[in-house]
Each structure stands twice: as structure tokens, then as C-alpha cells.
Design a protein around this ligand. Structure first.
Ligand code: DGY
Length: 325
């Protein structure tokens, strides 16, 4: 329990309407410069505030909690992914952790669809051509690309976002859905989408498009590695809107350069904002700056979700979205 008015730190600026709402819950400290906090600044937040609201740009690894002097009791994460927080270390300090599931499902699935279409249809390449003033007009063999409608997509991780992406691909583009997942999906979903659960290896071998939607864990780290790319078809494309750690980026660059796969659409990277050497120079890659959840509607909903968790915590109630209750 927090005695008196709670001190709440937001590590980055949030949409205005959400900051205003959060300010009603306690003494709000904002990061007006809106750049990632240094380790020293993050430590200061953990040791002086009751609630810290981090994001994916905050490295909350075990060392941040090691000295046992933290004051923070709740980490209300702005985002669904929490691989930047060492949960064991937070738990050892009796810190509760919440996230924002559900509200960014459609926005992220939309971006995966965008990347799949852009990669297949060479949209990034075409736009660069026009902007460079190098387009010489229409002709029958110009910039031929790959049709997406009716093709097979393999979905790695059939949780909320993977399922929403599958729905858009199946109902919107008539795609055949393969998926692999630790557990099966609800029968109503597999019936609706005529989805076939397959082993990871089969999915790589059979899919025209492979889209990653699994969380970043020790088990999924670099699951798309050299070996995985060798199993994909030469005309296939890889899409990653999950987490950078799931993909071995130098292996992706190599697979593209060697022609083991045809293209890729990537939104998340292992060392954001840095990209693996050579990735951004490849014409057959669409690279976006981690914008899967980046619609106004969704970022406001994510903020409101964090607000609801802070509010419940301050009232001594169960968190609506507990990662560590
Ligand atoms: C999420 O919610 O995980 C987004 O990728 C932003 O961190």
C-alpha cells in the first residue's frame, strides 16, 4: 500500500489525454525530453517513486533491482511485451507488474498485413523509385511482384495478435492458414479459419509467407536462424512484428543476399534503433520503426489500460492485467 499521494513516473511522454488522466491519480513525473532514460535515471525512478510506468525502451534487467533499495511497488508497463523487465528480479523485490494486452491486437495485426503486402508487392521499392524521380512510366514487365491473394501464410504464435492477423489474411485475402503454437487454438477459431496446426519445420517448408507473432522468451530467441531460413522456399517472405530477439538479423541478411528467401518486412529489431549491418541497404526488405501499435486510438487505449492498473493498485485491488500479481 502507498501512504499519502503516490509518486508516479512515466519514463516517456504518453498521449496527452492519458497523461492528464494519470495526473489525477498522484504526483506525476514526466520525462519532458522524451528520450530513453539512462540507467542512472531509471534507478532513480525505481528508488524514489511508488509506481513506474516503463516502455520497451527501458532496460529493466536484474542489475536495476540488485541493491534491494527500490521503493517502487508497481511497474505498469506501457505495452503488451515485457521482455525488457526481469520478472524474477522484480518478484524478488515484491514488485507487481502489469501490461496492456488486448488493446493493440488489431493495430499490430494490421501492420503485419501491411508489411506482408508491401514486401510481396515491392511497395517500398516502388515508392523509392518514384521519389527518386527514376520512374520512366508503365510497361508490361515493370517491377513484377508476387500476388498475395490465395497464398499460404504460416503464423508462428497463434495468440491474440496472430489470430487477428490470420482472420484478416483468411477473410480479406483468401489465404490458407498454417500455424504453430505451444498449445492448440480454440476449435471455433480453427474451424472459422480452416487453420492447420503444423510443426515449425513444416510451416517453414510449406508457407509462402511466414509471420512471427510469438513472445520473446529464452525458447523463442533466434528461432528464425540460418537453419530456419534454409527450410523456407526461395519465393517466400518473412514478416516480423513480434520482437527483434526472435530473429537472428545477420542470418536474415544472409538469407536475402543468398536468395534463400525472396523478401522480408520487419518492424522490430534486436538492438533498436540499430539494424543489423546491411539490412536497410537491401531493396527486397521493408523496414519500419517499431510502429505496430502506433495508432492514436491504440496508444491512447494502451495508456488507459495502464491507468486502470495503477488505479486498481492504489485502491489495493487486484490488477486488471497482471504479469506479476
Ligand atoms: C508492445 O506493446 O509490446 C509494443 O511492441 C510496444 O512495446
Amino acid at each position: 500500500m502507498v501512504e499519502g499521494r503516490a509518486k508516479i513516473v512515466l519514463t516517456r511522454r504518453w498521449p496527452h489525454v492519458v497523461e492528464e488522466r494519470m495526473a489525477q491519480l498522484g504526483e506525476l513525473v514526466r520525462n519532458d525530453a522524451d528520450r530513453p532514460l539512462s540507467s542512472r535515471e531509471l534507478r532513480e525512478a525505481l528508488t524514489t517513486a511508488d509506481v513506474v510506468c516503463p516502455t520497451v525502451t527501458d532496460d529493466l534487467s536484474s542489475g536495476m533491482f540488485a541493491r534491494g533499495d527500490v521503493r517502487v511497488q508497481l511497474l505498469a508497463n506501457f505495452g503488451v511485451g515485457f521482455n525488457h523487465i526481469d520478472l524474477a528480479a522484480a518478484s524478488a523485490c515484491r514488485i507487481q507488474v502489469s501490461n496492456t494486452p488486448g488493446v493493440l491486437t488489431d493495430a499490430t495485426a494490421e501492420l503485419a498485413l501491411t508489411l506482408m503486402l508491401m514486401s510481396a508487392r515491392r511497395a517500398g521499392e516502388g515508392e523509392r523509385l518514384v521519389r527518386a524521380g527514376a520512374w520512366e512510366g508503365w510497361y508490361p514487365t515493370h517491377m513484377l511482384s508476387t500476388q498475395v491473394t490465395g497464398k499460404t501464410v504460416g503464423i508462428v504464435g497463434m495468440g491474440r495478435i496472430g489470430t487477428a492477423f490470420a482472420r484478416k489474411a483468411f477473410h480479406g485475402l483468401g489465404m490458407r492458414i498454417l500455424y504453430c503454437n505451444r498449445t492448440g487454438v480454440d476449435q471455433s477459431i480453427s474451424l472459422e479459419l480452416e487453420a492447420e496446426r503444423v510443426a515449425f519445420k513444416d510451416l517453414l517448408e510449406r508457407a509462402d509467407f511466414v509471420s512471427l507473432h510469438c513472445p520473446a522468451t529464452a525458447q523463442t530467441r533466434h528461432m528464425m536462424d540460418e537453419r530456419a531460413f534454409r527450410l523456407m522456399q526461395p519465393h517466400a517472405h518473412l514478416i516480423n512484428t513480434a520482437r527483434g530477439d526472435v530473429l537472428d538479423e545477420p542470418a536474415l541478411v544472409n538469407a536475402l543476399v543468398q536468395g534463400q528467401i525472396a523478401g522480408a518486412g520487419v518492424d522490430v529489431y534486436e538492438r533498436e534503433p540499430e539494424l543489423a549491418a546491411g539490412l536497410a541497404q537491401l531493396e527486397q526488405v521493408v523496414v519500419l520503426p517499431h510502429m505496430g501499435s502506433g495508432t492514436t486510438e491504440t496508444r491512447e487505449a494502451m495508456g488507459m489500460c495502464a491507468v486502470a492498473n495503477v488505479q486498481a493498485f492504489l485502491a489495493g485491488e487486484a490488477l486488471p492485467n497482471p504479469v506479476l500479481p
